[in-house]
Design a protein around this ligand. Structure first.
Ligand code: ISL
Ligand code: CA
Length: 543
């Protein structure tokens, strides 16, 4: 694969509401982020993805935007934003903004004008006299009646998130203007929210029935999307040194390549979600027991399918997903399993994405009461589940495991009040485990999860085989061991991860005499053929 800074970089995702409060109102903000740049430098990351900080009524925590070129007062001002961009750049860190253009807020002036029959904006959104049967990602119907316009409008997310009509060239012009605004301010790229659903079939016809997301065959990767994305690339992105990562829901490798293939490059990379199904069926609310093979199978599939053709993203967490150590690791082996998971994912081919708090092994909050949760999806799903006849207890169990708020609790900086996030009661409760799981204790301990993340990041910078090497599975059908090899020129990197809470006896490949143990999460390897619970090893040797 061709070299590129965004392939070699390591991304850190900041969820601004929960990262650092600077003015004691219990909400994280831009000045808070600026104050933590030294931490980002110490960690070693070199790209930040910032979740939305734009003006928004916060129906979906900023993913419902009412002004794309204004900063929400909760987060600060445009001048704070400019200061953040330049402070990050000075520290050698690039900045990727969240681009949410499948939908706007219903409070965006475009929607207001459209709903009020302003001729200029009539076709900015999808309006219909009769609704079809499409379902919303947040549960319930995807259509809501608007009394002024006397028609239904489409919203694949909440009813305060109406979908833009990308068929309208004026919508596309408006998006290009927003892109240029941010690129001219100096940002280095975009994470494009649910980008593979922006194009809808003409007439928005009735869809096949499905208990969830009826109608999705009419908008998932619809062929019209390629023209739209090519237009953005040719007219905007190709004029800047920037990259795009598409959030692509329900995507397959074949579809992904139709966006990211080296020869196409409508997007530079995508987030796929197949491995997020390792503990659930199709959508996370239908839970199943986690099995390591359910993580290995999709990850290996994507590594193999994109090899030499497209670039992967490597992630286990984001602001929509529960904490990975709670899902795929172990509370009893917290440290070891968090490090093992990092080893498993970040030695693969692709660009690493680390979600804030993952580097200290933050865990699911599992709050007791429904009222402790703020997230709109969580509350909608609760209502939908209850409508289907599920008990309160049953729904609370799902929420404790799967709510997006598990990822959104405030960043745990130290053991002081509210974890050092804010002196005031935060907008969402802090995970009570902050007394032990926090950045300060991690920095004071050479064996911490954070120090281990620093090592991985440093190794990725030093060894091109970790970034660009080819990927080969080893012991593929083994149910507890995830092992693979990476090769580049004479270099062979071998990764072994024990996914079980027991010792694992196995026959390692014969390593050459000069094989070097590059990294491990145990203090010593007693026996080459026996791995401790959640042990991880990385060897490097020359052909
Ligand atoms: O979070 C999910 C499951 O819990 C996903 O279905 C998620 O809704 C989907 O991946 C789209 O996510 C993105 O767009 C949403 C926003 O709420 C998410 O935070 C964002 O990441 C609508 O903008
Ligand atoms: Ca604040």
């Amino acid at each position: 694969m061709k070299k590129a800074w965004y392939r070699e970089g390591i991304v850190y995702q900041i969820y601004p509401r929960s990262f650092q409060d600077s003015n004691d109102d219990g909400i994280g903000d831009l000045q808070g982020i600026i104050s933590r740049i030294p931490y980002l430098v110490e960690l070693g990351i070199n790209i930040v993805w910032l979740s939305p900080v734009y003006a928004s009524p916060n129906d979906d925590n900023g993913y419902d935007i009412s002004d794309y070129t204004a900063i929400h007062p909760d987060f600060g001002t445009m001048s704070d934003m400019k200061q953040l961009i330049s402070a990050l750049h000075q520290a050698g860190i690039r900045l990727v903004m969240d681009l949410v253009v499948n939908h706007t807020s219903d409070e965006h002036p475009w929607f207001q004008a459209s709903a009020n029959n302003d001729p200029e904006y009539l076709d900015f959104y999808h309006w219909k006299q009769e609704k079809s049967n499409w379902g919303s990602f947040f549960g319930g119907e995807a259509w809501t009646y608007h009394p002024t316009r006397q028609a239904y409008y489409l919203h694949l997310f909440s009813k305060k998130q109406p979908d833009l009509n990308w068929d309208n060239p004026r919508v596309r012009e408006a998006v290009k203007k927003i892109l240029r605004f941010w690129l001219d301010l100096g940002v280095d790229g975009f994470r494009c929210d649910v980008i593979n659903i922006i194009a809808k079939a003409d007439g928005l016809p009735r869809g096949r029935f499905s208990p969830i997301l009826s109608g999705r065959e009419h908008y998932l990767d619809h062929p019209k999307i390629h023209g739209y994305l090519q237009e953005l690339r040719n007219e905007v992105f190709s004029h800047y040194d920037c990259f795009t990562v598409g959030e692509t829901v329900l995507i397959t490798p074949e579809k992904a390549l139709s966006y990211i293939d080296e020869d196409i490059r409508e997007l530079d990379m995508v987030f796929q979600f197949e491995h997020m199904g390792a503990d659930n069926y199709f959508v996370k609310w239908f839970m199943k027991k986690f099995r390591p093979i359910n993580l290995k199978r999709p990850l290996a599939k994507w590594q193999n399918a994109l090899q030499g053709r497209g670039w992967n993203t490597l992630y286990l967490e984001n602001h929509d997903q529960p904490r990975s150590v709670s899902r795929f690791g172990s509370t009893a082996f917290h440290q070891a399993s968090a490090k093992m998971l990092a080893t498993m994912i970040y030695f693969q081919q692709g660009t690493p994405f680390i979600y804030q708090g993952q580097e200290i092994g933050m865990e699911n909050a599992e709050f007791p009461d429904l009222a402790d949760y703020q997230d709109i999806e969580t509350h909608n799903i609760y209502r939908t589940g209850r409508k289907w006849g599920l008990t309160h207890q049953r729904m609370m169990n799902k929420i404790r495991k799967m709510s997006r708020d598990n990822a959104r609790t405030p960043m745990q900086w130290d053991s002081s009040l509210h974890a050092g996030f804010s002196p005031t009661t935060p907008w969402l409760k802090v995970n009570p485990n902050y007394l032990t799981t926090n950045v300060a204790t991690n920095l004071n301990n050479d064996q911490s999860i954070l120090k281990y993340y620093q090592k991985i990041i440093a190794l990725r910078k030093d060894y091109p085989v970790i970034v660009y090497g080819d990927y080969h599975d080893l012991y593929f059908s083994h149910s507890k061991l995830y092992a693979y090899q990476r090769t580049l020129g004479p270099d062979i990197l071998t990764v072994y991860c024990n996914f079980s809470d027991r010792d694992l006896v196995f026959k390692p490949l014969e390593t050459k005499r000069h094989a070097q143990l590059l990294l491990t999460n145990v203090s010593s390897i007693d026996e080459l053929t026996r791995m401790k619970p959640y042990e991880a090893r990385v060897y490097l040797e020359k052909k």
